[in-house]
Design a protein around this ligand. Structure first.
Ligand code: PMP
Length: 363
């Protein structure tokens, strides 16, 4: 009871199992981790070098690096540095945005079949969370979102491509939804996986920045293979960024992270794009293989696939446990309300082969 009362209502974060944990628990030599949507190919050449070099100045706070990082990110989107905010991972930014907007009693619209942090942090702030289910074909039900907006609605969270379903919501519908939002509502579009998508499948969010109450969220964890360094960013109008920078703790990103981010954007894009081709190719290959085994695979625009197990197969929970016992870590869709779906990260080709071999033996 000594905690803030909302703390008791927040579901604990259940992290994907680590390779080491699984190796020890099941006495295995080989463990393949396809459970956390990491990029097995990163970090790339210049980022690696910059991280090493950053050690030399690590006695200093990263003042100048913040400004330089903002500038380099802004250039990517033809925005100004004061349209860019930084955080130690998109997760940290989600928390800060919630702190920035939410008071007890405010309403937040989300879908439950998405990244859990939106819900838990909103609850922590004492907000009322309204959950609107995805449609059967994994689209955000934007008409239902619109119907739920009241004067108390503060924030709407949309994950696109969505985790765990891997699908994108129709870009035209998303654009008109944003254009039609009332003035008092902010919408955050979490694009953690956007770089893996076909650009034609994504809405043009850049057009809304400075015009509408839109915040775009991205991360260096996925496409740039820097999950362990913890860096994400948000794009928004300059007042929103000024408010964000007031709420976030000073120096919320490390020198190493900022240095890696700058060179990733400046010099590692070529390598990242070659890897993207490989991931997209393996994503198609994995989709075909799963379909041959009788699974139903959602059209993925991310670095993971979401697949429904065939009739008669073990539940997704059982399947993920059995796979884990054989050294393959994936995610079970049950916590999101999909007890027959599994989520598999596009790891390296041989890791996917290993997964398929184990899956086949269980099916
Ligand atoms: N948003 C989504 C949709 C995610 O899946 C993740 C990570 N799994 C994050 C945000 C957080 O990413 P990070 O904190 O590593 O930037």
């Amino acid at each position: 009871e000594t905690f803030r009362k909302e703390v008791n209502q927040v579901a604990p974060y259940i992290q994907g199992k680590t390779e080491d944990e699984v190796r020890r628990r099941y006495h295995l030599d080989k463990v393949v981790k396809l459970g956390s949507n990491e990029n097995p190919y990163g970090p790339y050449y210049h980022a690696r070098q910059a991280i090493r070099r950053s050690v030399e100045d690590i006695n200093r706070y990263p003042e100048d690096d913040f400004i330089e990082t903002k500038r380099v990110i802004a250039d990517q989107f033809d925005l100004k540095p004061d349209n860019v905010g930084l955080g130690s991972g998109a997760g940290n930014i989600i928390e800060t945005i919630s702190k920035m907007f939410l008071n007890a009693g405010d309403e937040v619209l989300i879908t439950k079949q998405s990244y859990r942090l939106y819900r838990e942090v909103s609850k922590l702030m004492g907000a009322k969370v309204i959950e609107i289910p995805l449609t059967d074909d994994f689209q955000y039900n934007l008409a239902a979102f619109k119907a739920q907006i009241t004067e108390k609605t503060k924030l709407i969270w949309i994950c696109n491509p969505n985790n765990p379903t891997s699908a994108v919501t129709d870009p035209t519908l998303l654009e008109s939804f944003i254009a039609g939002l009332p003035e008092h509502v902010w919408v955050v579009i979490d694009e953690a996986y956007a770089e893996f998508s076909n650009p034609d499948q994504l809405p043009n969010l850049r057009q809304f920045i400075g015009r509408k109450r839109v915040i775009v969220l991205r991360t260096f964890s996925k496409f740039y293979g820097l999950a362990g360094i913890r860096l994400g960013y948000l794009l928004a109008d300059q007042q929103a960024i000024a408010a964000y920078d007031t709420v976030t703790e000073p120096f919320n990103s490390s020198r190493a992270a900022l240095a890696a981010a700058i060179v990733s954007l400046k010099y590692d894009q070529g390598q990242a794009k070659r890897v993207l081709k490989r991931i997209q190719g393996d994503r198609e290959g994995l989709t075909e293989s799963l379909e041959l085994l009788g699974l139903e695979v959602a059209k993925s625009e991310a670095n993971f696939v979401f697949a429904k197990l065939p009739e008669g197969a073990p539940s997704a929970l059982k399947m993920s446990q059995q796979l884990m016992a054989q050294g393959v870590i994936i995610r079970d869709g049950t916590p999101w309300g999909y007890p027959q779906h599994i989520r598999i990260t596009i790891g390296k080709h041989d890791e996917l082969e290993y997964f398929l071999q184990k899956l086949t033996s269980i099916l």
